[in-house]
Design a protein around this ligand. Sequence first.
Ligand SMILES: C[S@@+](CC[C@H](N)C(=O)[O-])C[C@H]1O[C@@H](n2cnc3c(N)ncnc32)[C@H](O)[C@@H]1O
Length: 255
Amino acid sequence: MNDDSRAVAENFDYSVEGFSATEPSPVAVNPVPEIPEYLQDTYWWAYLHPKSFYFFEREWVVNLILWGNMKRLTAAVLDEMTVESNSRVLQVACVYGDFSNRVADHLSKTGSKLDVLDVAPIQIDNVRKKLERHQNVAAHLQDSTAMAFPDDSFDETVVFFLLHEQPEYARRKTVEEAIRVTRPGGKVIFVDYHGPKRSNPMRYVMKPILTWLEPFAMDLWREELPAFFPESVKPEQLDSEFYFGGLYQKIVLSL
Ligand SMILES: C[S@@+](CC[C@H](N)C(=O)[O-])C[C@H]1O[C@@H](n2cnc3c(N)ncnc32)[C@H](O)[C@@H]1O
């Protein structure tokens, strides 16, 4: 952690926001989770350095990184959210741009609530400011591989472009935790990179970029995402959709 992000961590409000006594609340207020090594070593410049927000925290930048597909991939998540009134949805890890604002707006139509977690205090600080106009949002400092929520806390859970950034052990734990905190009958929605078709020229552009900047991402080219799911997940529980010549995927796990 550099000095600026350490200062944010030291001044951070670790209390849990946005819960009333009638809602299921986290098991306990977390002991402060450690920033995982892979995040410090590989992604400090994108998520931990205060200057990263000046560059990345803009919808057009995120859209550029996703080759113009941000709106489409956000819509793919919203289309999937068949939330009933007063539902509770978890977003695992912060996302730059308008993604969380759109999810919060979408959920507000049914009086539903969005909980966002992230392991980096500086990200939680930023998301609290970014989403402050919403009455239906709470942000939590938690590690996706060891969440503090009780089993079955959420109706739906969304994991948007996190798994390709995690090494395999953390990816598997994140998937297990996302399943654990989502109720039977609920859904877990994953959107992430995928190995594109051979005929897709983006394959030859993205392979060197991902290999250079995102060392764990190539796992999702070599293997289908469900290869990292627990054995208890059956193929008939999964629905897949692919976008942009197969460079992106949405996998919906029905529990
Ligand atoms: C969702 S991912 C990538 C999202 C996408 N590339 C974007 O535009 O922001 C980035 C976030 O994941 C968070 N993150 C990484 N590992 C985590 C973990 N183990 N637990 C919780 N959050 C984590 C980082 O702190 C960062 O805020």
